[in-house]
Design a protein around this ligand. Structure first.
Ligand SMILES: [Zn+2]
Length: 138
């Protein structure tokens, strides 16, 4: 794998994880009645009760999700990930049209390094991906 492909694969994996995390977010359904919810501590289910009531009813995580919750991804986060993927694709592969006019490139361009720069504290980030080393002003 070339240095360009390594950076792309690493970024894609991070974005896949971010996207999955975002798509898994749930919020209370607008048509669901208000309930008090207590997690059972084993993360296999929840106790629900009418507000203020001491009578609790145990539900599996799946039933709880189906009965009361609805997906609530942050659309801005999903849009940012989609835009970042497109930016990466534009500067992708062996040919980088925006930076190199379609010439073969062996090293990630500044645009790709900038995409990676916000993740530089993550495992797998390589010192050679630091933007400062490429002479880019902050
Ligand atoms: Zn480029």
């Amino acid at each position: 794998m070339s240095a360009v492909e390594d950076l792309a694969a690493w970024l894609t994996q991070i974005w896949d994880e971010e996207e999955q995390r975002e798509l898994a977010k749930r919020t209370w359904r607008s048509d669901a009645p208000p309930m008090d919810v207590t997690y059972d501590g084993r993360s296999e289910g929840v106790y629900v009760s009418n507000p203020g009531s001491s009578i609790e009813h145990w539900m599996s995580a799946e039933d709880y999700d189906r009965s009361y919750l609805t997906p609530a991804p942050d659309k801005q986060v999903l849009a940012r990930i989609a835009a970042d993927r497109k930016i990466l694709a534009l500067h992708s592969g062996e040919q980088d049209w925006p930076c190199q006019v379609g010439n073969y490139v062996e090293e990630p361009c500044e645009t790709r390094l900038l995409l990676a720069s916000r993740y530089q504290d993550r495992p797998g980030f390589r010192p050679e991906w630091l933007v400062e080393r490429q002479g880019v002003e902050e």
